[in-house]
Design a protein around this ligand. Sequence first.
Ligand code: DLL
Length: 435
Amino acid sequence: MEHYFQPEIECASREQILAWQNERLVKQVRHVYDNVPYYKKLMEEKGVTPADIQSVDDLHKLPFLTKDDLRDAYPYGLVAKPLSECVRIQSTSGTTGRRVVAFYTQHDIDLWDECCARAIMAAGGTKDDVVHVSYGYGLFTGGPGLNGGSHKVGSLTLPMSSGNTDRQIQFMCDLGSTILCCTPSYAAYLGESIHERGLQDQIKLKAGIFGAEAWTEEMRRDIEKSLGIKAYDIYGLTEISGPGVSFECSEQTGMHINEDHFIAEIIDPTTGEVLPEGEKGELVFTSITKEAFPLLRYRTRDICVLTREKCSCGRTHVKMSKPMGRSDDMLIIKGVNVFPSQVETVLINKGYAANYQIIVDRVNNSDVIEVQVEMTPEMFSDSLRQVADREKELVNALKAMLGIYAKVKLVAPKTIARSEGKAVRVIDNRKLYEK
Ligand code: DLL
């Protein structure tokens, strides 16, 4: 049976959703124009006034916001409420450039928690569940978001945060955790560690809510098998609130975007033109209910497809596909676009676990790519000849998927660092030469 946190909203008619969006957008544009001089200037430069925005149909008239704007306006330039009314700051996990900081009023936190509660209930969560949150707590939005959602559902919440895998597993066994929330790479690592300790029979997990990084369908199947659960995707970004901007339902064919709070558009990343439904492009969000940090037409850099096809779960909100990578994560190797997810698909289909790293370099002015992947413990006893054959097999499979030659290096089990948060899949040494 499908569970909903707010059925009247999650299953509202399309007309109702549009009516909410129209009304909230008009109000939000006025709020931003009056309170954020930075955005008012952008609107003036484009010759738009709040009066020009009467409904969602007028959205395209507004200027885009990008991460560069957030950096320019750092730290307080996009805050739309007096700081005395803001109660929280969260920040991105980004390691390069200036951090992005986002602000919340109590109202913003309540709505964010509700979005995460919808995700937990869509994964089958109820007040009888023990929700084990292994996303990082602190500036990262993962821990606080799922924690807040779990409270709203009324589940027993275990605020584990990330790290200390032994303690995670012990608590999971002792306290009977039923829903695990963490990054997919950490879920895979937890699965591996549970099997190593022979504790799989003591685990009561039934579902997992995994997001914050790209993961493939192949990886989903691996995690589901290893932990004996159903694995649900969850998406979000700090700038727009955090996890719960969209979430998967029982159908597992994309994530419902909480359209009563966020209007989604897909644009051509090069021209900025809005694309029709069903076309692949960059996802753009307008937050229509946030008070403290209301971004209008924020370019996420995430590439995906939207669909309004009827969903068997009963929810009516638009669905986004799994992001196919970020436009800024995409590697261009010898002029060919390569997404780490393509490499992952090949590796898992060939029987490897998702323990890999992609190393890109420039040798004699030419790009080279090497994929390092761990052998499984069974393969580790192979002869050198067998290892060479396996490497060759992967080179061919990668060539078929990517269209270019990638060197493959099989490494011993456990030699690639495990991640407790977002996994580092790509090391691009070419960046070193660009400075
Ligand atoms: O990662 C928020 C989050 C926490 C989402 C926990 C889900 C679960 P940021 O650190 O600001 O926020 O990173 C946002 O991560 O633009 C995507 O590129 C990527 N991302 C987030 N969720 C997914 C997902 C959090 N389910 C950036 N699949 C986004 C693929 C994802 N990529």
